[in-house]
Write a protein that binds this ligand. Structure first.
Ligand code: GDP
Ligand code: MG
Length: 446
């Protein structure tokens, strides 16, 4: 009976990517992990007898059949990723061997792991807080150096440390206030000196604001900086896209209206992912298809962080009305075809000759500006951003309450709202529903 219960908590999954490869790693975790693998493993020692963090060569065998030669690495609780006994089996990366090994492991008593279950267990067992667990998924999904840096910082407790600091300040505040409540009969007693409270509050508000502000940069890094290339037909937009990519991605021709739909691709600029969109030339037209293409150009324009308006130096025809841009959108007016005619402009290029350094320099500056923030911790997770916003709102109520001389009890309620919101980020306050949505984003085997 108890064995059955225990077996149920031992999980296994392929942790390496789907498909065939040189090797694959199958992870087994849970109180029976070592015993389960020992049922199949034949080597110099039984795994139950080996030291933690040691690797062992042997074969996987069952009823006289050998499946593969493997290396098993043993991690004993609590010193493993999940905090439980864990065995990582490195086998040959044939799809057949991987699937068969998984089947043999489940026959031997392990269950197939759910998405993110290893990381969920790491969280449940106190190996990491929720923000750190989320950073594991971000780290796996990271496509650029900057994105990787944010995730790694978060995994190492960057945001958790900040939230901890904030909660501590607010707890000091709360205890000062509650001390006062205990002596409510003695109105003349004011333990919590109001200026001191205001001081703590202002510090907390400033910290939250700085974190929340960093979301813009963090989000741009995570989603990629959006750059739209717009302009009149034949300005050389597609040529520029190709020059930026160092590739022949979009069709170039001197026939007006060659680009009918938006063309997207990505490039890296100083470790930041940049999403480039080449668009259909904007002009008055009665052609229905062309109109639809132009509508897409305008959409790309609206969602861009940076708009490159490309002008033909021999015949500049502006299409962007600066007034209509969002206040945070950056407009770069770029004159092309300087090989034919040079314009006295800061950014003058020849896309055709791939002479685009002045534009690259400006792009790097702007991408840098969009993705940098004075805070050492960047918030890139919308869930964290929303919780911070809620905490900020609650703190405004606290401050207003203090200013209006509201009763300590009411102020304490707002304080607890702020503390709860912050606790949701690190998982001190969490619901099953929230946990499920977070761990569903993971892949199996992590
Ligand atoms: N001389 C010159 N021609 C260019 C330059 N860039 C693009 N073109 C030419 O302009 C025409 C239109 O280019 P294309 O990239 O298709 O323009 P789009 O309609 O804005 O996408 C093509 O014949 C290109 O070869 C340039 O820097 N110098
Ligand atoms: Mg084009």
């Amino acid at each position: 009976m108890s064995t059955l219960m225990e077996l149920k908590d031992t999980i296994c999954a392929i942790s390496t990517a789907f498909g065939s490869a040189g090797i694959a790693v199958i992870r087994v975790s849970g109180s029976e992990a070592i015993a389960v693998v020992d049922r199949l493993f034949s080597g110099r020692h039984r795994l139950s007898e080996v030291a933690s963090h040691s690797a062992h060569y042997g074969t996987i065998e069952r009823a006289g059949t050998t499946l593969d030669e493997v290396i098993c690495t043993v991690f004993r609780a609590p010193h493993s990723f999940t905090g439980e006994d864990t065995v990582e089996i490195a086998c040959h990366g044939s799809r057949f061997i991987q699937q068969e090994l998984l089947r043999w492991l489940t026959d031997a008593g392990a269950c197939l792991a759910d998405r993110g279950e290893f990381t969920k267990r790491a969280f449940m067992n106190g190996r990491m807080d929720l923000a750190q667990a989320e950073s594991v998924a971000d780290l796996i999904a990271a496509e650029s150096a900057a994105e990787k840096d944010i995730a790694l910082n978060q995994l190492r407790g960057g945001i958790s440390g900040k939230i901890g600091e904030l909660r501590e300040q607010l707890l000091t505040f709360t205890s000062l206030l509650e001390l006062e409540l205990d002596f409510a009969d003695h109105e003349e007693l004011e333990f919590a000196d109001r200026t001191q409270l205001m001081d703590i509050l202002q510090k907390a508000e400033a910290m939250i604001k700085s974190l929340a502000d960093s979301f813009e940069a963090g989000n741009a890094i995570k989603q990629g900086v959006q750059v739209a290339i717009v302009g009149a037909p034949n300005a050389g937009k597609s040529t520029l896209l190709n020059a930026l990519l160092g590739d022949e991605r979009a069709i170039v021709s001197d026939i007006r209206g060659t680009t009918r739909d938006t063309v997207e691709d990505t490039m890296m600029l100083n470790g930041v992912l940049v999403r480039l969109t080449d668009t259909a030339g904007i002009q008055q037209t009665s052609d229905r298809i062309e109109q639809m293409g132009i509508e897409r150009s305008l959409q790309a324009l609206r969602k861009a962080h940076i708009v490159i308006e490309l002008l033909d130096s021999t015949d500049p025809q502006p299409v962007v009305d600066e007034e209509e841009l969002g206040e945070r959108q950056v407009l770069l007016r770029v004159y092309n075809k300087k090989d034919i005619r040079s314009q006295k402009s800061e950014i003058s290029i020849s896309a055709k000759n791939r002479d685009i350094q002045p534009l690259l320099t400006r792009l790097e500056e702007e991408v840098g500006r969009l993705t940098q923030h004075s805070d050492s911790v960047l918030v890139s997770n919308i869930r964290h951003y929303e919780a911070l916003s809620r905490a900020a709102k609650a703190l405004v109520s606290v401050r207003e309450g203090l200013e209006d001389g509201l009763s300590g009890e009411l102020i304490a309620m707002d304080l607890h709202d702020a503390l709860d919101a912050l606790g949701e980020i690190t998982g001190q306050v969490s619901s099953q529903e929230v946990l499920n949505t977070i761990f569903e984003r993971f892949c199996i085997g992590k």
